[in-house]
Design a protein around this ligand. Sequence first.
Ligand code: AMP
Length: 471
Amino acid sequence: MTQISNETPASAFKSLGVSAPILKALAAEGYTTPTPIQTQAIPIVLKGRDLIGLAQTGTGKTAAFALPILDRLNASRKHAGEKSCRTLVLAPTRELASQIADSFRTYGRFLGLSTAVVFGGASMFKQKQALYRGVDILVATPGRLLDHISQRTLRLDAVEILVLDEADHMLDMGFIHDLRKIATLLPRHRQSLFFSATMPASIAELAAQFLDNPERVTVAPPSTTAERVEQAVIHVDQAKKQDLLHALLADKSVKRALVFTRTKHGADRVVKKLESAGFEAEAIHGNKNQGQRTRALDAFKKGHARLLVATEIAARGIDVDDISHVINYDLPNVPEQYVHRIGRTARAGAGGKAISFCAPDERAFLRDIERLTKQSVPVMETDLSLRAPRADERVPRPLKTGGGGGRPAHPARKHAPKKHHGSEAHGHAHAKQGHAPSRSREDGDRRDRKGNAVWSNSGPPRGRQRKPTRV
Ligand code: AMP
């Protein structure tokens, strides 16, 4: 076994109780100091206690649960049994599930434990094969997990440790019924860890169903992340946004930028125009299949593409270090999303820049963001800028129209149980099967007060909606 001396960079992790083979992997990753969530959570998980962690992505929460879980599994090695797993991690999206599985593999590379990942939109057959002999760690999205259970290719009766990650996003995506069902299939005697960026009553209720006398840790509320990022807003006409983007990119300090658009079509349009202007850019959204998404993300991670243009949902859980800039081509209509977006450039304590384009009909969104973060976003002037509104100018509420202008119910206040509305697998399944994708939130759909599709500038309402595919 490798000896880790006190001088190794990972020694701060040693004092938390992390064992030698994992310290070796951490040293190879260049981790020197545990993040606050890691300092608090690791000793609790190592003791075998249940835990509620209030932390968002970017705080190092994956390692906060993965490191002690690996240690516990390693300390009591046994075979999971056929079609079983010893640890089950539930995550809302495929991207997040893959990244969590990658983290387990990276941190546990000297342990020889097995890890599998299952999510919708990928081959069932390969996943069945991976599950057949049983695995130590299984990372899954809830819908596909239940598909395996109903096909008897997986049992949950050997689960020793359960992790529910990004519980708030799970509820936003309509997974509540799946989660309740999964809760009934798990053994009573187990350790459970629950992570969420917010804790409204609905999440606390869900947590109570899964946890037994949990310890609670809270780190960096969203506004703290927002404080680390240098922010600016440029007031600009919607029609001038593309030119503005090109003008900003002339600045070489924009080394690696994540650009957010509100809709999938918007993302494609922006990429097309960027490419014709000679910028290397990739798009990632729900109409892209898994292969395209992985390739786009890889090109961005490896620096082949300087820009990744993404929609909100596709970007959830994207874990890329050294993003120098987040550019909000469109401002999000839910202010918490702004905080999540700009947090992409402040990974694990680093700083970064966030530049937002604000068209006149997005000014109400900007005001909501400033209220949430309790800070005003400094205005940046450019040749293409519009006059910034004066502080006393009335900000009209945007009309409920296409293009995502309508403000949906606040996700923290209203968790629509509607299945996977706007889920990534949704558009993907349609694209794959040659159907026009049904209009999800990402398409900025247009509906009357009863929720019926109405005519928009781009054409008639879509036909009957197909049943969404599970993630
Ligand atoms: P997460 O919040 O789990 O998405 O992690 C955010 C990023 O921080 C990931 O890229 C991790 O690789 C990185 N990270 C996590 N813990 C540490 C640490 N202690 N030191 C340096 N980087 C870390």
